[in-house]
Design a protein around this ligand. Structure first.
Ligand code: A2R
Length: 318
């Protein structure tokens, strides 16, 4: 099997490379932006520079690689950055995906394309809609979410109108070592590691601890992506999450329990969002029915390994 991961230099890309290339034995080609580096470094990985905004370059690359599967991860993936730069977010997340779909259409390939969207697409979910299923109405509440909802619609249209093999996922919060500390678990682990190493005073800054979110280890997430690329139905959307929401307070306590340091938790008003949904939880019936997927790595293990990762960074970055 020949797989192409577009946007492989990010958080998820490293884990997807490991899974496809090292565990499933796919012949794997990956793309990155010129300034980025691909990890892990495997000698027989085909690495290409690609800006998905360059339609001709996307076409030429696909023509050359002719993959059985495309995993489209390339994105402007930050909600905060999308508010600051809406134009470029729309370009990358919408125009970029059109470039990929158009290239496959023009080449008349039977490539199966997995488009990675987000649980954010659902937006304001009512309490009686939890756990949220794929049929729920979508009501994106921010620019990032709107671009991912648009990507989803485009994928569906290319599948229906042109018969392309396109599978869409809506990924909920995924976590693990190596994630940017823009995301809550990585941020908490980094702060604890920094306090332990004497690089931050004993005050830990937190936002709203009451909200509940659906967290999945990134290694389980990439297994679900590979299974869906293989057996997902074209034109369909699948939630990828654990199916069970936990409060941020619970995660914080889990992390604090793993530390001997004397830490004082402080609410930082700048971390509170104007609109915070009380609970986001995925209904994963559709994913499980078609793939039999189950998360294998528990929250406790992910948190432990993420904290270890940041403890090592606290030493190494000195
Ligand atoms: O923004 P950068 O420099 O970190 O690069 C990101 C890259 N990327 C692009 N690749 C090709 N052409 C572009 N015009 C372009 N703009 C950005 O896509 C980054 O290396 C990669 C996405 O990786 P992350 O931002 O780390 O996202 P992550 O966590 O791996 O999530 C993968 C997918 C994304 O579609 C998210 O929106 C979704 O899962 O949750």
């Amino acid at each position: 099997m020949r797989s192409l991961i577009i946007g492989a230099a990010g958080f998820v890309g490293a884990y997807l490379i490991r899974h496809l290339h090292q565990e499933l034995g796919h012949q794997t080609a990956v793309t990155k932006l010129p300034h980025e580096q691909i990890r892990p470094e495997c000698c027989d990985l085909d690495i290409y520079n690609l800006d998905i905004l360059d339609a001709d370059a996307v076409f030429r690359l696909l023509q050359k690689v002719h993959p059985d599967y495309i995993f489209h991860l390339a994105a402007q993936s930050s909600v905060a950055a999308a508010w600051k730069n809406p134009g470029i977010t729309v370009d990358i997340n919408v125009h970029g995906v059109v470039n990929v779909l158009e290239a496959v259409r023009k080449l008349e390939f039977r490539t199966r394309i997995l488009l990675v969207g987000s649980g954010e697409e659902y937006g304001l979910v009512q309490p009686d809609e939890i756990p949220v299923s794929e049929e729920n109405r979508i009501c994106p509440g921010n620019i990032y979410a709107a671009t991912k909802a648009c990507q989803n619609m485009l994928g569906k249209i290319y599948a229906r109108a042109y018969g392309l093999e396109v599978i869409m996922v809506r990924a909920f919060n995924h976590i693990g070592p190596n994630q940017e500390p823009l995301f809550v678990v990585a941020d908490f682990c980094r702060q604890v590691a920094w306090i332990e190493a004497g690089r931050q005073d004993a005050h830990m800054h937190v936002g709203n601890l009451e909200v509940k979110r659906d967290f999945t280890d990134v290694r389980d997430v990439v297994r679900a992506y590979a299974m869906l690329a293989e057996s997902g139905e074209s034109g369909e959307t699948y939630n990828v999450g654990s199916g069970s929401a936990v409060s941020i307070a619970h995660i914080l306590q889990m992390i604090l329990n793993k530390s001997e340091a004397n830490i004082m938790v402080e609410t930082d008003p700048s971390r509170l969002r104007p609109v915070d949904l009380p609970v986001i939880e995925a209904n994963i019936y559709k994913l499980q029915k078609i793939t039999g997927w189950k998360p294998l790595i528990g929250l406790e293990q992910t948190v432990e390994e993420t904290l270890d990762y940041w403890r090592q960074r606290a030493k190494a970055d000195r």
